[in-house]
Design a protein around this ligand. Sequence first.
Ligand code: ZN
Length: 291
Amino acid sequence: MRRFCLVLSVALFGLVSAHAHADARLNVVASFSILGDFVRQVGGDKVNVTTLVGPDSDVHVYTPTPHDAKDVAEARLLVVNGLGLEGWLPRLLQASGAKARIVTVTQGITPRKRGADADPHAWQSVKNAMIYVTDIRDALVAADAADADTFKRNADRYLAELDGLDREVRAEIEKIPPERRKVISTHDAFGYFADAYGVEFIAPLGVSTETEPSARDLAGIILQIKRAQIPAVFLENFNDDRLISRIAAETGAKVGGTLYSDALSEENGPAPTYIAMVRHNIKALTSALGR
Ligand code: ZN
């Protein structure tokens, strides 16, 4: 009987360790889709990445689910942006009893001010994204030393791609005549992009970004575009095509497409990765602002 038990426990031990091996990937939770992509690029098949706020979703106003609490509780690393982006996070941490190490990827960047607060959208500068990726690499290496070489190799490759992307954005903006490097946008997310690459993003005067504009709003915007000679507008929450064609007809401004700021698109959309997102935005900008 003793012998049988020994055999059984050896067999069980074999099963358990085989299972542990299959599950050896590091559990990492990222707060939103852009950070999830960064973790995936660096972690490759050594990490199991869960993203709390998925594609096409608003990270500012998220309500965590019980499932999120479970994911966070099981995570070894939790990658967050910080600078006030994830206002919903403290309660989630408390509810989940998380033991994960928290990596705040904006720690190494210089935040820009927006009123009294810091502007959280630092990833819109590709150089900042490179700092994010470096922080993620270091955190993965610290959490899983056995796979350090893989993380460093993946990070080197990806950082080189991002460096190329940064030069690509500069080269594309260079092609736009300097006096045309300005747009009206209802997004407030492009401050770091504006600072890094020299395109001015101007908010439409007196227009709420929450509601459809009134006739008076429209007259104000038309005047603003004419006065400041703004060549293009990105007014994504204006759902009335007639308003948009009136702006275009009366001002000659081009109406741009969608700019992705705070979330990636779904896999089959135009911005399923960070690099695809930046390329999509730069194409939308240059085609609206170029002559
Ligand atoms: Zn935002």
